[in-house]
Design a protein around this ligand. Structure first.
Ligand code: FAD
Length: 518
């Protein structure tokens, strides 16, 4: 069965051009070459990076996409979400402008349609990187249609017109990603709800906007729509936002959400949904033993991701998969020795940069490793991540609870942004940098940063961890004044101060006396 194409809506000049780039109408699939060194199913980040890297190194590659090249990230994920988050930040700056002595509030009006149009324009501007034209010009055979395994040397591609091509492969890569999962909430099927697949098609700002789930997508979108002017209600089953992150980070974010006038419904239990006659949606919950009903005009469901394994015919090739995705070993090999996987389909790290670096591992392991020699391991990747709220929440390595569970003794260094000059001057002093080092050493094992640009700041720590640079060396590195990155340098100073043992102090006193007397 051909798969239904994601609707690019509104189908304006930007979306028409986007479609022309990432699923050109009238595209003719090439005649298959026999056999391909590598057949890649799915042209999101993982598939694109695998195909481009392998073709660049001389392999004969076919790439199959059933919807839009660029996958979630370009079309319905990172790119559109960060596009509208930028608009939300501007809206918040205008809202708070009086404090800077700029009073524009009387004349300020937010135009949701324009903000969404800007997002569509920029998404289209970025899209040539992921386009069918670009990948064909790299020598890759690009096929549009549903990919499925026939046997462990053949993949079929079923086009929307029903025609089928068969591609022979020596190695195959499953890079089919994930989509929003539909949680078992009573009444979910009876209402028209939003997921990341249709959220970015909105053209009118909902007056009342509900969000289920306070993970990264839920938090980012709740805050953005709150800043646009919707009355936002965020439902979360747990007792804090971003339950996977450091509790101190959740606390800072919660304060900021209250400032953004987002209604937080933490500890929401026994949820039920029902349609209301005027097209709105009633969300019933029990919160701390009390029944509550809230009516919203649009409801975003953002509670986890489900792997795209439908229609792949995995049993034909003995590839094991379950609700969390395709099973792979540390070399990203599936349970079939010819078939690898990369990206959201097999990874607990559902991020574009993780998909990118897993794809690089697959290229090496599928095409260039000789037996056990030259094989790369996914577990060696040090993967940071960021939730793009205001302030951003970025993390790398271990959390305190993980270190404890793993029996890793740690020292915890914290620098509050309230003591960082640049953060104060910018009015962005809610947040912190927290670094965990192996106890008694300066070896970094994890970090959380909560800051307006935490996603950029975390790279300094990731670089240090990847290259075994200790926190004291960061303390000895000159950072420009005033910058928010000084928060990280100051933590290095904290570590260096712990090195001032009584003996070191005595030696310094002696040297001083020799040089300048007592
Ligand atoms: C709202 C949102 C915001 C996000 N923001 C960020 C962010 O800021 N930073 C970040 O790092 N990550 C972010 N992510 C996550 C990021 O989008 C994913 O981690 C990334 O897209 C994974 O890439 P992938 O190649 O594994 O899968 P995908 O991007 O999902 O690509 C898989 C592709 O395979 C195709 N496909 C599936 N089945 C078949 C089949 N049988 N035959 C042919 N084709 C098939 C699909 O159509 C799709 O194009 C966000 C996600 C969402 C939803």
């Amino acid at each position: 069965m051909p798969h239904n194409l994601v609707q690019l809506s509104p189908f304006d000049v930007h979306n028409q051009q986007l479609e022309a780039n990432v699923h050109p109408p009238g595209w003719k699939n090439p005649t298959p070459k026999q056999p391909y060194h590598l057949v890649v199913i799915g042209a999101g980040t993982a598939g694109l990076v695998t195909a481009a890297g392998a073709a660049g190194l001389g392999a004969r590659v076919a790439l199959i996409e059933r919807e839009l090249m660029g996958g979630d990230c370009l079309n319905v994920g990172c790119v559109p979400s960060k596009g509208i988050i930028r608009a939300a930040r501007v809206a918040a700056t205008v809202r708070d402008s009086q404090v800077f002595g700029v009073d524009v509030t009387a004349g300020a009006a937010f135009n949701f349609g324009k903000a969404m149009e800007r997002m569509r324009r920029l998404r289209t501007r970025i899209s040539p990187n992921d386009s069918a034209k670009r990948f064909s010009e790299m020598g890759i055979d690009v096929f549009f249609g549903q990919g499925a395994f026939v046997d462990d040397r053949t993949v079929s591609v079923t086009c929307r017109d029903g025609s089928v091509s068969e591609l022979k492969f020596r190695r195959a890569v499953i890079a089919t990603g994930a989509r929003a999962s539909a949680p078992p909430i009573p009444g979910l099927d009876s209402v028209k709800y939003l997921t990341n697949e249709n959220l970015f098609s909105l053209t009118e700002l909902p007056r009342r906007f509900g969000v289920i789930g306070s993970g990264p997508i839920g938090c980012e979108m709740a805050q953005a729509f709150g800043r646009f002017g919707s009355d936002v209600v965020l439902f979360e089953r747990g007792d804090r936002l971003l339950t996977r992150e450091d509790p101190d980070a959740s606390a800072v974010l919660q304060k900021e959400f209250e400032r953004d006038r987002i209604r937080l419904m933490l500890n929401s239990d026994h949820m039920q949904l029902s349609p209301v006659d005027d097209g709105s949606i009633c969300v019933s919950i029990v919160q701390n033993g009390i029944k509550r009903k809230t009516v919203v005009d649009q409801l975003l469901v953002a509670v986890g991701r489900a792997p795209n394994i439908d229609g792949l015919n995995l049993p034909a090739v003995n590839v094991q998969a379950d609700r969390s995705g395709v099973e792979v070993n540390d070399h990203l090999l599936t349970t079939n020795p010819r078939i690898f996987a990369a990206g959201d389909i097999c990874s607990k790290y559902k991020f574009t940069h993780a998909a990118d670096f897993q794809a690089r591992i697959v290229i090496q392991n599928a095409l260039f490793a000789l037996g056990p020699f030259g094989k790369k391991k996914a577990s060696n990747l040090i993967i940071p991540w960021t939730t793009y709220t205001s302030p951003e929440v970025a993390h790398v390595g271990l959390y305190e609870h993980e270190a404890k569970a793993a029996g890793v003794l740690v020292d915890v260094y914290i620098q509050e942004l309230a003591d960082v000059d640049r953060a104060i001057l910018e009015g962005q002093d809610e947040g912190f940098v927290k670094v965990l080092t192996k106890q008694g050493t300066d070896k970094i094992v994890g970090a959380t940063i909560v800051a307006e640009n935490a996603g950029d700041l975390i790279s300094e720590i990731t670089l240090a961890m990847s290259n075994k640079i200790g926190l004291s060396k960061i303390g000895a590195t000159i950072h420009p004044y005033p910058t928010q990155a000084e928060a990280i340098r100051k933590l290095g100073d904290q570590v260096n101060r712990t090195k001032l043992t009584p003996l070191a102090r005595k030696v310094l006193n002696l040297l001083r006396r020799i040089n300048v007397g007592s």
